[in-house]
Design a protein around this ligand. Structure first.
Ligand SMILES: NC(=O)c1ccc[n+]([C@@H]2O[C@H](COP(=O)([O-])OP(=O)(O)OC[C@H]3O[C@@H](n4cnc5c(N)ncnc54)[C@H](OP(=O)(O)O)[C@@H]3O)[C@@H](O)[C@H]2O)c1
Length: 264
């Protein structure tokens, strides 16, 4: 039980990688605050954790709304008094599927508000809490994407936001390392989640053969020869937050089955 008595916050914890992380932190003894918009899915994850003997609460939160983030932190600290681990993982769908010149300003603003500003706002509250609490310190992991290491056609806004998440992580890691706060970033390749399913459905326009080809393209890009399970990302995040990773600061953990290994 690596996190017995510790408190972990997970944004986007009601689905995909975040849900898997919520279950993994709870399995390791953490009390888990789950934040996302969809209440039904959020409460279902909290229930699943309770049924397994763990402790979790769902706080409905839109990370593009500063007041809702503030409420999330207030309620988490009121409930459990501190924050030891934070996984800033929520992201939306609006930054993909257009050429760079064809995105609307609204799509730009929405993508940056959720995928980048939302991460920064959460970090702001997390860092302040981790500095103030006694004992001080904690561990923060943000979720970027291999798309944030370079760029991808028809995904300029998502890529830009995720590149920003990597830069935020590395800057904060340098600033707070000596205050006992470790900040690192998970850089996933292809994981079978509702987001990836949505991308493949959208790319195939509802045609089952094109859908199969879309999936095969991800497999072909990936030396490991498969799309990963979200639980594989969760285990990496649990390790990054754990005392076993005590010297890990400002690190981009590229978890992509080798997808980008040719270029780095
Ligand atoms: N799956 C992949 O292959 C892959 C690859 C690279 C990076 N990633 C990254 O991994 C992270 C998790 O994604 P996933 O693949 O697990 O997809 P997912 O299952 O669709 O999860 C996305 C999560 O973000 C939450 N979310 C979206 N907009 C939000 C908002 N405005 N406020 C609060 N929560 C919000 C969603 O919950 P609600 O809709 O209920 O709010 C959901 O919990 C994301 O940062 C994504 O960019 C995934």
């Amino acid at each position: 039980m690596t996190f017995q008595g510790k408190v972990a916050l997970i944004t986007g914890g009601n689905s995909g990688i975040g849900r898997a992380a919520a279950l993994a932190f709870a399995r390791e003894g953490a009390r888990v605050a789950i934040a996302a918009r969809n209440r039904e899915r959020g409460e279902a994850v909290a229930r699943e954790i309770h049924e397994k003997g763990g402790e979790a609460v769902f706080f409905p939160t839109d990370v593009s709304k500063p007041a809702e983030i503030e409420a999330l932190f207030r309620r988490t600290i009121e409930k459990w008094g501190r924050m030891d681990c934070a996984f800033n993982n929520a992201a939306g769908y609006s930054g993909a599927f257009s050429l760079t010149a064809d995105f609307s300003e609204q799509e730009f603003d929405e993508t940056i508000a959720v995928d980048l500003k939302g991460v920064w706002l959460c970090m702001k509250h997390e860092i302040r809490q981790m500095l103030a609490q006694n004992p001080a310190g904690g561990s923060i992991v943000n979720t970027a994407s291999v798309n944030g290491l370079g760029g991808i056609a028809t995904g300029a806004l998502y890529s830009a936001a995720k590149a920003g998440v990597i830069a935020l992580t590395k800057s904060a890691a340098q600033e707070y390392a000596r205050h006992g706060i470790r900040v690192n970033v998970l850089v996933p390749g292809a994981f079978l989640t509702p987001m990836l399913e949505h991308n493949m459905d959208r790319a195939s326009g509802g045609d089952p053969e094109r859908r199969r080809q879309a999936e095969q393209r991800y497999v072909a890009f990936t030396p490991a020869g498969r799309i990963a399970d979200p639980a594989e990302a969760a285990e990496a995040v649990v390790w990054m937050c754990s005392p076993s990773a005590s010297y890990l600061h400002g690190h981009s953990l590229i978890l992509d089955g080798g997808m980008t290994s040719l270029f780095r």
